[in-house]
Design a protein around this ligand. Structure first.
Ligand code: AMP
Ligand code: GLY
Length: 427
């Protein structure tokens, strides 16, 4: 079934990549993006609408006015706030879970409890609601624990402590209000070791369609050093998980998860993001997210071939099993992020951005933290400014093309990690 009119909600690189990929679906759907960013107006077939992703009423009016047939919600905050529920109640087909399903990401305690009940492999944990309780627990165990604010903290609410004292300090920080309400409940976890990989699955709550595994680069500095960021680059398919490994994730993680959600009466329609650590004893879930990863989405979209719009509609309507499958192009995809100076702690924004052009069939820029000023000039407006994505027959060629595309862009103090994909590159 072709979908002619689609609204994508969000303003990041992820949402630009979704619009770009949806626009390549059969029938070339018309797209609306709210609120988008400085690069969104250049996406083919896309109208950019200045409505914030938390303005459910204005988004609903837009859907009615433009006869939208499918809404795709990108970020976690509007999902956790129930945007999908409101739009579904108004009769719209929505790709993205309701607030109950989004608790997978919005409450770590809720997600960990669900995982434990469902027998999903994941680190042992304790939940505490006071500073005293947390400190006493870490002291009695006598080993450092990973400290996580329960709620949404824009990727900043986790401290992987090296010592008992560091765990204690992180617990104190949470209860001192560093993450506001998100840190009033704290999850303490055993520390796992191993490489990390992200697995994404489309679902209508029953059927699953897994995408190739991707690997993100969370730290700001080369050699995986310095503070955590939203992600400085990625590549896919990550050879860390082969077809058999991916099938294990389906059987041991995703199928039990969907069953546990259904047992709670939750019909989850959208994408599930499983952040995994590949430990000596097998894959363990570090976290679930209720949305695509950013920049993993930008990395994966160019690998998809087929009717993405039809597939997302099928998820939204609970008939994924009947949807024609997407095929995955047998290519290597490379994504490199350019961030503002000072990111992640204190990004400097508002600098002029120049792009010499040079998108092609095998490479392109996806804007993220950019805006256009009154004169139409591009300026930086967010920590992660943009990403270059390229695909090729091997990772060396894919990264060479992504870095070459990024070399055509300049803004003051641009931060780029030169070692993205070091795990799979020979040069
Ligand atoms: P999260 O926001 O839960 O993904 O955590 C952010 C990062 O902290 C993860 O990507 C891991 O690198 C690290 N992390 C989280 N939980 C653990 C754990 N139990 N053991 C080791 N590292 C962890
Ligand atoms: N790239 C990590 C995330 O989207 O959470």
């Amino acid at each position: 079934m072709t979908v002619a009119r689609i609204l994508v909600v969000g303003s990041g690189g992820r949402e630009n990549a979704l619009v770009w990929a949806l626009g390549r679906s059969p029938g070339q759907p018309r797209l609306w993006l709210a609120p988008g960013n400085g690069g969104s107006t250049d996406l083919p077939g896309c109208s950019v609408v200045p409505i914030a992703s938390d303005d459910g009423e204005a988004l609903l009016q837009l859907c009615r006015r433009e006869a939208i047939e499918l809404v795709v919600i990108g970020p976690e905050a509007p999902l956790a706030a129930g945007l999908a529920d409101g739009l579904r109640q108004a009769g719209l087909a929505v790709f993205g879970p309701g607030a109950e399903g989004a608790r997978l990401e919005a409450s770590k305690h809720w997600a960990k409890t669900l995982m434990r009940e469902a027998g999903i492999p994941s680190a042992g944990f304790w939940t505490v609601t006071t500073r005293e309780e947390g400190v006493a627990l870490v002291r009695s165990l006598g080993r450092p624990l990973v400290v996580k604010a329960d709620g949404l903290a824009a990727g900043k609410g986790v401290v992987v402590a090296e010592t008992v004292e560091e765990s204690e300090a992180a617990i104190e920080d949470c209860f001192a209000g560093r993450f506001g309400a998100a840190g009033r409940t704290v999850v303490l976890e055993e520390r796992l070791q191993g490489p990390e990989v992200s697995v994404f699955a489309f679902t209508d709550g029953e059927a699953l369609l897994l995408l190739p595994p991707a690997q993100d680069h969370k730290r700001i500095g080369e050699g995986d050093t310095g503070p955590n960021t939203g992600g400085m680059g990625a590549y896919a398919p990550a050879p860390l998980l082969d077809a058999e490994g991916l099938d294990g994730v389906r059987r041991q993680v995703l199928e039990p998860l969907l069953l546990a959600l259904r047992n709670r009466g939750i019909s989850y329609r959208g994408v599930i993001y499983a952040g995994l650590m590949l430990t000596a004893t097998g894959a363990q879930v570090i976290e679930f997210n209720c949305r695509f990863g950013d920049p993993e989405c930008q990395t994966l979209m160019p690998l998809l071939e087929g009717d993405l719009a039809g597939l997302m509609l099928a998820c939204a309507q609970g008939r994924l099993a009947e949807a024609p499958p997407l095929s995955i192009r047998p290519l290597c995809s490379a994504c490199v992020v350019a961030a503002a100076p000072g990111y992640p702690d204190a990004p400097h924004l508002g600098d002029a951005l120049h792009d010499g052009g040079g998108d092609g069939d095998d490479r392109r820029l996806f804007h993220a933290g950019t805006r256009r000023d009154e004169d139409g000039l591009l300026r930086t407006s967010g920590g992660r400014v943009l990403a270059a994505v390229a695909e090729a027959g091997d990772f060396d060629a894919a990264f060479a093309a992504a870095y070459a595309r990024l070399a055509q862009v300049s803004f003051a103090g641009m931060q780029v990690r030169r070692d993205i994909g070091h795990q799979v590159r020979r040069s």
